[in-house]
Design a binder for this molecule. Structure first.
Ligand SMILES: NC(=O)c1ccc[n+]([C@@H]2O[C@H](COP(=O)([O-])OP(=O)(O)OC[C@H]3O[C@@H](n4cnc5c(N)ncnc54)[C@H](OP(=O)(O)O)[C@@H]3O)[C@@H](O)[C@H]2O)c1
Length: 306
């Protein structure tokens, strides 16, 4: 089959090449992949994977083989999926990591959701947000645009932080109550920070945290270290916390929640770039250069299973 495989010599370390058909375990179905989506981490670190690896985690398509253990959707179901080896014509994926795509939701929109959407949902669930102030850094990006919408849905006061005024476009319409450049103009403490940027901005965001507040350290889109001033991590009163995030366990139910929101018109997939998968170097470059507002989705050329 055809697949986007790791090749350190290719632009962005990715090449459209050949890969063996997936061999599903008992709890895995086989998906005929129609669309895939890119995430910054996968694109930035593709070259660190072994050459020939089928890359990517987000896919949507049609089930062509049900799981041997009887779990999960049957043949012909439209599903969104999360798992390794997604950027291929066919993918074997755990039935616990898929969700059926409701009628009326485009498969291309569904494929944008798994990694970025589930990350936004799970980090927002780290503490109560109703009526609380939530700061989202990197708000113009893939995780960020979902986080803004979901935080607003959850009743938070949403502060969306972007790198430039231009990148703030559309965020108020998605539910942001304040759109700020960097952390300028935030005039009251925040209860929760979802941070996708890291670096000096993370250290500055820590200073904005209310007693008892927490930072979810999702990613590190910038390439600078964070330096914390002496005693800045010392605090008398309700503890402030900073947590790593990397929970990819059984994403299926949360993916179903996101798809239900999408079907109900409460969550927009925010697909900003779409094209055939042959154009992966162009899409990856645009993502790394901060020229995509939301998600990049690639259409997979169908191929017949042997
Ligand atoms: N822990 C997990 O499970 C998990 C899951 C998903 C993603 N992540 C990580 O989360 C991060 C965001 O992922 P994503 O897919 O949402 O990426 P994305 O769509 O590229 O968004 C990243 C955002 O970060 C901002 N940014 C980039 N470089 C910056 C810099 N030097 N200074 C300030 N802001 C900068 C950009 O802001 P502007 O647009 O305003 O310029 C951009 O919108 C990545 O590090 C990714 O690896 C982690």
């Amino acid at each position: 089959m055809r697949a986007l495989v790791v090749d350190p010599a290719a632009p962005g370390s990715l090449r459209l090449g050949e890969a063996p058909e997936p061999r599903p375990a008992a709890g895995q179905l086989v998906l005929d992949v129609r669309h895939i989506s890119l995430n910054r981490g996968e694109v930035a670190f593709a070259g660190q994977r072994p050459p020939g690896t089928v890359h990517g985690y987000d896919a949507a398509g049609i089930v062509v083989r049900a799981a041997a253990d009887g779990t999960g959707p049957g043949v012909g179901s439209r599903i969104a999926a999360f798992g390794p080896g997604a950027w291929a014509q066919r993918m074997a994926v755990d039935t616990t990591a898929v969700a059926e795509v409701p009628a009326g939701v485009d498969l291309a929109d569904a494929t944008a959701l798994p990694m970025a959407g589930v990350t936004a949902l799970r980090t927002l669930r780290s503490r109560p947000i109703l009526g609380h102030r939530v700061l989202i850094t990197g708000a113009a990006g893939g995780v960020g645009r979902y986080a803004v919408q979901l935080a607003a849905l959850g009743g938070a006061h949403v502060i969306a932080s972007v790198g430039s005024p231009e990148r703030g476009k559309g965020l108020a319409e998605l539910g942001a109550h304040e759109v700020v450049v960097g952390l300028e103009g935030i005039d009251a403490p925040v209860d929760l920070v979802l941070d996708t940027v890291g670096g000096p901005q993370l250290a500055a965001a820590w200073e904005l945290l209310a007693p008892g507040g927490g930072v979810q350290n999702i990613g590190w889109a910038c390439d600078e270290p964070a330096v914390f001033a002496p005693y800045s991590l010392f605090h008398i009163g309700a503890p402030k916390t900073m947590s790593t995030f990397g929970d990819v366990h059984e994403v299926g139910p949360d993916l179903a929640t996101l798809l239900a929101f999408t079907a109900a018109g409460r969550l927009s997939s925010e697909v900003d770039w779409r094209g055939p998968w042959e154009r992966v170097p162009e899409a990856a470059r645009a993502l790394l250069d901060r020229r995509i507002s939301g998600k990049a989705v690639l259409d997979v050329t169908p191929g017949t299973a042997p």
